[in-house]
Design a protein around this ligand. Structure first.
Ligand code: HEM
Ligand code: HEM
Ligand code: NAG
Ligand code: NAG
Ligand code: NAG
Ligand code: NAG
Length: 435
């Protein structure tokens, strides 16, 4: 009521009726899907270039935003709102956008949050005054424009809980555009009340739901490759003793990982947190993918040479040990990926999958090792070199079927009774360099 009285006193000229809504000198917008509402007041004769606004969305959304100056993201000045560190009030972040990427905080604009703002009763509400807000690089607010362009968007469910004006955000779940008659918003300075419907002259022109598929697809491809297929490829070699299917399986997992990396590269272009390629996850991930391609080439070349000579090659130990490093490194990189994508909780799911993999594959490896240990007659070159059968040596390809037993042409395998630990095993000279 105080607000309305103030309006009556200072802007009496603009009043035509006595209902609460029409005492407002403001233009209002309420999205047709109910996702967001926005009202704007443009103070007359204002040397600060202020704008007064109110905005509201459901408290479940991680952020809400209105962009001014265009009907697409390019060149808009955005008023973005999300939960502050207490979760009870809001942080308002003015941001500039120049395309289909996360908008960046601008210092040129100052926003003062006013009473009535907060997160309560299922609503996220802000009343605020924005100073130096009527022109920016790429656009402006023209109070005489009857069809000024605006955009709106809300983020996916969640709570950002940050006091930082440059907090990281996820891509929108809903976005759209509208035009407003700004001539109807010009009057005495006043925070407008929350818009419950479009005011006259406001027309919504777009309403879209949106999904950011690339990060989750990237995550699925990578987890399937590094936690599922690649360890399975080790079993295929060690337990099924099939170098051929090991090769096919690891080729498939490498292709999946490379496609996944392409999705990751694309996802990284959209966000301020990753645009400069300076996150540990991206750097570490790049090394892993390069190593993986090297691993594939090593495995392939080994196979070709082996085909010709029917003997193991010098490449084998490199392939074996690189494989033993790449799989855990890839999984560790996944634990860096989820926090980067603002999904740190999913690390628990990744941990569960990794443990599941160990629990399922570990006993199979162990069982195979026991079986080999009991059955292999001493000195049988085809079954044990005292190296391949140990579960903790579960590399993808040190099996003597194909890759293992390198140098065994020159050095017949040692007779053994039980699989000896590595340090006892007298490996061939060229092998010792690597193992
Ligand atoms: C992390 C931040 C953001 C990212 C990565 C992002 C990315 C994108 C992408 C990729 C599109 C094209 C979607 C498609 O064609 O399927 C798009 C469209 C759109 N976005 Fe955003 N956006 C972000 C934030 C925002 C914000 C804060 C707003 C609103 C104030 C907004 C409003 C819009 C609108 C209205 C469109 C449709 C018009 C256009 O193509 O520009 N976006 N955005
Ligand atoms: C060249 C290599 C890689 C690049 C460039 C890359 C890039 C990225 C980027 C930019 C994100 C963040 C997306 C966002 O902010 O929304 C991300 C997320 C993620 N990455 Fe990678 N990544 C790579 C390799 C890997 C590897 C080897 C793994 C192994 C498992 C992995 C697993 C993940 C996971 C689980 C996420 C979280 C996705 C989500 O929560 O939606 N990435 N990656
Ligand atoms: C704004 O300025 C114009 C001309 O300078 C004047 O006619 C008008 O009364 C002023 N309005 C307010 C609300 O001060
Ligand atoms: C939120 O912050 C603003 C500005 O500091 C204040 O006026 C308002 O009362 C606060 N709201 C709540 C619910 O604490
Ligand atoms: C939340 O906002 C809506 C729309 O403005 C309104 O109808 C509702 O009463 C608000 N809820 C509360 C508890 O204030
Ligand atoms: C911020 O303001 C300065 C000085 O007014 C101007 O030169 C600069 O271009 C502005 N930056 C943006 C991003 O609008």
């Amino acid at each position: 009521m105080v607000r309305i009285n103030a309006a009556l006193a200072t802007a009496g000229l603009f009043l035509t009726t006595t209902t609460a809504v029409s005492t407002q000198v403001a233009s209002g917008f309420a999205a047709s899907d109910g996702s967001i509402s926005f009202a704007l007041n443009i103070p007359q004769n204002d040397s600060n270039n202020d704008l007064y606004f109110s905005m509201q969305a459901d408290a479940s959304v991680s952020w809400m935003a209105i962009g001014m100056g265009n009907n697409k993201m390019d060149d808009t000045l955005m008023l973005m709102v999300y939960a502050d560190s207490t979760g009870k009030n809001v942080t308002v972040s003015p941001r500039l956008s120049y395309g289909h990427t996360e908008p960046s905080y601008t210092k040129n604009v100052t926003i003062a949050v006013q009473p009535g703002s907060g997160i309560s009763n299922g609503n996220m509400t802000v009343n605020a005054i924005c100073s130096n807000c009527r022109s920016w690089k790429g656009g402006s607010i023209d109070p005489t424009n009857p069809t000024a362009k605006f955009i709106f968007a809300i983020g996916p469910d969640g709570s950002i809980n940050s006091n930082s004006e440059s907090a990281n955000i996820k891509r929108h779940s809903t976005y759209g555009a509208f035009t407003m008659d700004l001539t109807k918003a010009v009057g005495a300075a006043q925070i407008p009340i929350i818009a419950t419907s479009d005011s006259s002259g406001t027309i919504q022109t777009q309403d879209q739901t949106d999904h950011d598929f690339s990060p989750p697809l990237h995550a699925c491809a990578m987890v399937l490759a590094f936690v599922g297929l690649m360890p399975a490829g080790v079993l295929i070699l060690r337990v099924m003793k099939s170098p051929k299917w090991h090769g096919y399986n690891q080729a498939l997992s490498a292709v999946l990982a490379v496609l996944g990396a392409l999705l990751g590269i694309y996802a990284g272009t959209m966000y301020n947190r990753s645009r400069n390629w300076n996150s540990a996850h991206q750097i570490f991930g790049t090394f892993i993918i390069v190593a993986l391609i090297g691993q594939f080439v090593l495995g392939f070349m080994h196979h070709r040479i082996y085909k010709q000579t029917q003997a193991s090659t010098k490449l084998a130990p490199y392939h074996v040990w690189l494989g033993r490093v790449i799989i855990p490194a890839g999984i560790i990189n996944g634990f860096l990926g989820f926090p980067l994508a603002l999904n740190p909780k999913y690390n628990w799911a990744l941990l569960a999958l990794t443990l599941l993999m160990v629990v399922v594959f570990g006993p199979i490896m162990f069982w195979r090792w026991k079986r080999n240990a009991n059955q292999s007659p001493p000195g049988n070159p085809s079954d044990s070199d005292g190296y391949q059968n140990q579960p903790w040596n579960a590399g993808p390809s040190s099996s003597n079927i194909d890759l293992g037993g390198y140098g065994q042409r020159d050095h017949p395998p040692q007779p053994i009774n039980d699989p000896p630990p590595n340090y006892n095993y007298q490996i061939p000279t060229q092998g010792r360099d690597f193992v």
